[in-house]
Design a protein around this ligand. Sequence first.
Ligand code: HEM
Length: 472
Amino acid sequence: MAKLAVFIVVSFLVAVAVAAQGGKEAYPPSATPQGSPSLSPPPPSASPTSQGTPLPSASPPIQAPTTPSPSPPIQTPPPPSASPPIQAPPPQSASPPIQSRPPPSPSPPIQAPPPQSASPPIQSPPQPSPSPPVQTPPPPSPSPPVQAPPPPSSSPPMQAPPPPPPVPAGLTVGFYKQSCPRAEEIISEVVRKATTLNPGMGGGLIRMAFHDCFVQGCDASILLDPTPTNPQPEKLGIPNNPSMRGYEVIDAAKSQLESACPGVVSCADIVQLAARDATAFLSGGRITYTLPAGRRDGHVSRAGDTLAHLPPPFFTLPQLISNFAAKGLDADDLVVLSGAHSVGHAHCSSCTGRMTSRTFDDVNPLLAARLRRQCPARPGPSNDPRVAQDFVTPDRMDNQYYRNVMSRNVLLDSDAALLASDQTSKMVYLNAYNAQRWEQRFAAAMVKMAGIEVKTGATGEVRRNCRVVNSS
Ligand code: HEM
């Protein structure tokens, strides 16, 4: 106990000293200049005239400030007024999956989640990383255990599942049933292999679905490679380059789909179905949902749109809420979808704000110390390791994220910001101790997000190669 007290005091002093140096958050990761040479060159079939139609600069003004906004100190949230005292979630019983959709493939999920307990064991499946190797964080250090929320004392309130979001016009569940009966199975199998090999890739696919939908709608605009006529597509935008991963998984699925049913399955649908399947695998089959399909692929992809539409990690809560509202998503969707940060990684450059912790209420000193151990003091393009977003259950899609938010053990300022209002704090608490509430809402919010500004019919096409638009 005395050691812990000394540790906390020392951590605080170090944090104060580092903060006094005035470190500033860069847009992660490492604000790599656009035009990274790391992308594959466009295949020969790329039509130089088919991309980059003259693009009216209709984008709203860029929202991302060059310096982190002076976010107000995050207050310790009051307990939600109408709720019982905060508890760790009850052990998860054999509650049924959200919908009747069977798990995405007959293959067993990569890892069945163990029953949740108040302090789940730290468990990290091996991550054999294909090239380039993902930098895995060092194994859990001998640091003292993370502060867990108080133990349960009564059952959480029961809540009705959210109503299913309306199906966007032109999309239907089972869209490929006649035209390509094995489409969803093929995608599921490719995703299963990729996430089994590297669970972090599943996180990449879930994030890709979000980044695709928020920029030009869910139309696979994120997948287009640079061409001479469009040298700066979305994938070179700062929020995507170089942190986005999973492009090769989409390519692998597309290649098999083109063999099975040429010209039928859109890349936009593959992105959303792959995120759905990654969610199912990483949650051990607990989060499954039917997803309407029929999206078509877009022609427009501009790096400049990414900063205008994707929220940076230093956004304050009001900024996050208004960013999501612009896409038809509400505060509950924001809180629920942020739960995706239960898996995957962030580059050190994305979380410098947490390393230089400002107050004990804001960042758990143990997390700040962990990040200072795992990350260079000034991450840059040549030295920017990845760290697990949820270091308690890093590869499991679960509601541990919300317990991490409550114990100030989250990597991004935008995660911590969820405690900045009574309304969102209450949602965090409800998700933290009612796993099923979060699982159901996450599924519904993913379907809702997958309906943002979709293109159907003549407003889009079915690309033959997800990286290039078809020849005009
Ligand atoms: C609320 C606003 C959000 C902000 C500010 C935000 C920001 C970020 C940042 C900065 C990273 C780390 C990137 C890196 O350094 O490599 C990240 C990772 C991630 N985000 Fe978000 N995100 C948000 C919402 C979402 C949503 C809605 C989803 C999906 C539903 C999502 C899924 C993910 C996943 C899975 C990762 C890990 C990716 C990987 O391991 O490759 N995020 N996010």
